[in-house]
Design a protein around this ligand. Structure first.
Ligand code: NAD
Length: 464
């Protein structure tokens, strides 16, 4: 089932898979882009709306997400395996993000600039046009609203392609947008595989911008496709191998739980997962002992059951990928202190896993594992750890626990990461820009993304 022009439609190909997605999405992408293009016409209902009216629509959308929070959370847990309690938390985050975008809709404006000639110059911000928004499976509701709410605030129209593993909540959210009063064709959802439906979007000459969240590998393909078709603008939110540094003056009662949550939350299927944990030598042994105790106590099981802290990995393929990394860790000499196994034979549950004595050259310290695997490395000095933290092609997030403000600021300024957390980890503010350095991406979401969905027009007004 797809959602195009504010209506439920069957896939042109008639082909479906388990979660009802078309196998060849090309024809559907054509239809959806055409609908988005009609909705972007200068005389369309959408284009006649004022910026503040777009803001009001977004507030109505936020009200509806609040109203349907339970239903959306149930859908997300079923589709993705995310803890139900976590989904409820994400719903609050999604509502804040939509309300923030609603408030921004009428506050993004141009400048008036003095001229060297007669008259004056002004710049106007205008929506870029039809956007292709391609989502991964690991946080479907949150990622949908990050992209869609800001693109709507900017005045764009769009075609959303969720990940094939998790197509359900995007459809439900698109229906809520229609209920909120967003006109036909403004938000369309096409489910399908990346190399077909996704590629059709990135190659489409009438798509003006692609915003993609997903792997580095696919991000590279998308950037090429965007350049080869019509010079699309591209925002890329990609993977990470984020360093978390625990200095010897840190409060371990705080740092141990944060470090664990930083890599075990959502079963480690998080782009900003604290997947390289650097611990200073003086506290190393004590920290490792406590980290193992913490991991052993973590409750893994049915994500709908209250009290469980980890659910299953998203599918068998991802589970096996994580198990493969654990085998590599062992083979390359890391010390496995707890976990490392699948739990049971139904569902894709993994034990929270802790490796100590990990070194920078090991595969588990270099590649994104996307699973509940904590890799602990030892360091001596701040200077040394900054270089080691930066010795990666990624640059999405980083964190530090220290009681010394100078150490915290020095690290924050020198670490190559789009987000840095000091004495906390994983706090997501709807109001701050989010994105990566280096291979973690191009562009920013949240605040700046409203502008990212717009273009500048500079106008010189002559003698009047
Ligand atoms: P993925 O790159 O495999 O897929 C993401 C999306 O791209 C899916 O919708 C997929 O269908 C589509 N796609 C695949 N091939 C395509 C192609 N050739 N053309 C167009 N679209 C294509 O990623 P995933 O496995 O779904 O998600 C996990 C990755 O996402 C991890 O690397 C993770 O770090 C990253 N991620 C990043 C952020 C962030 O904000 N930086 C957030 C969440 C996830």
């Amino acid at each position: 089932m797809l959602f195009i022009d504010n209506e439920w439609v069957d896939a042109e190909s008639g082909k479906t898979f388990e979660t009802v997605s078309p196998i060849d999405g090309k024809a559907d992408v054509e239809k959806a882009v055409a609908a988005a293009r009609r909705a972007f016409h200068r005389k369309s209902e959408w284009r006649q709306l004022t910026a503040s009216a777009r803001g009001r629509l977004l507030h109505r959308f936020a009200d509806l997400i609040e109203r349907d929070g339970e239903y959306l959370s149930t859908l997300e847990t079923t589709d993705n395996g995310m803890l139900y309690a976590m989904c409820r938390h994400m719903i609050h985050g999604a509502v804040s993000t939509v309300r923030y975008a609603a408030g921004l809709a009428d506050k993004v404006h141009g400048d008036t600039i003095p001229s060297d000639f007669e008259g004056f110059t002004y710049t106007l911000r205008q929506p870029v046009g039809v956007c292709g928004l391609i989502l991964p499976w690991n946080g479907p509701i949150g990622l949908f609203v990050n992209k869609v709410a800001t693109a709507l605030a900017a005045g764009c129209t769009m075609v959303v392609k969720p990940a094939e593993q998790t197509p359900l909540t995007a459809l439900a959210l698109a229906a809520l947008l229609a209920e909120a009063g967003v006109p036909r064709g403004v938000v369309n959802v096409v489910n399908g595989y990346g190399p077909t439906a996704g590629a059709a979007l990135t190659h489409h000459p009438h798509v003006a911008k692609v915003s993609f969240t997903g792997s580095l590998e696919v991000g590279k393909i998308i950037q090429q496709a965007a350049g080869a078709s019509n010079l699309k603008r591209v925002t890329l939110e990609l993977g990470g191998k984020s360093p978390l540094v625990i200095c010897d003056d840190a409060d371990l009662n705080v740092a141990v739980p944060y470090a664990a949550e930083g890599v075990f939350t959502l079963q480690g299927q998080v782009c900003v997962a604290a997947s390289r944990l650097f611990v200073q030598s003086k506290i190393y042994d004590e920290f490792v002992k406590r980290a193992v105790e913490y991991a052993k106590k973590r409750k893994v099981g049915n994500p709908f059951t209250e009290g469980n802290q980890n659910g299953p990995q998203v599918d068998e393929e991802m589970m096996n990928k994580v198990l493969g990394y654990i085998e590599k860790g062992k083979a390359e000499g890391a010390k496995l202190l707890t976990g490392g196994q699948r739990i049971g034979t139904t569902g894709y549950y993994l034990e929270p896993t802790v490796f100590a004595d990990v070194t920078d050259d090991m595969t588990i310290a270099k590649e994104e594992i996307f699973g509940p695997v904590q890799s602990i490395l030892k360091f001596e000095t701040l200077d040394e750890v900054i270089d080691r933290a930066n010795d990666t092609n990624y640059g999405l997030a980083a964190g530090i626990f220290t009681n010394n403000v100078q150490t915290a600021l020095q690290f924050s300024n020198l670490v190559e990461a789009g987000t840095v957390w000091v004495n906390n980890y994983f706090t997501f503010e709807p109001r701050i820009p989010f994105g990566g350095f280096k291979d973690s991406g191009i562009g920013r979401e949240k605040e700046l993304s409203v502008k990212g969905y717009q273009r500048h027009t500079s106008t010189h007004v002559g003698k009047m």
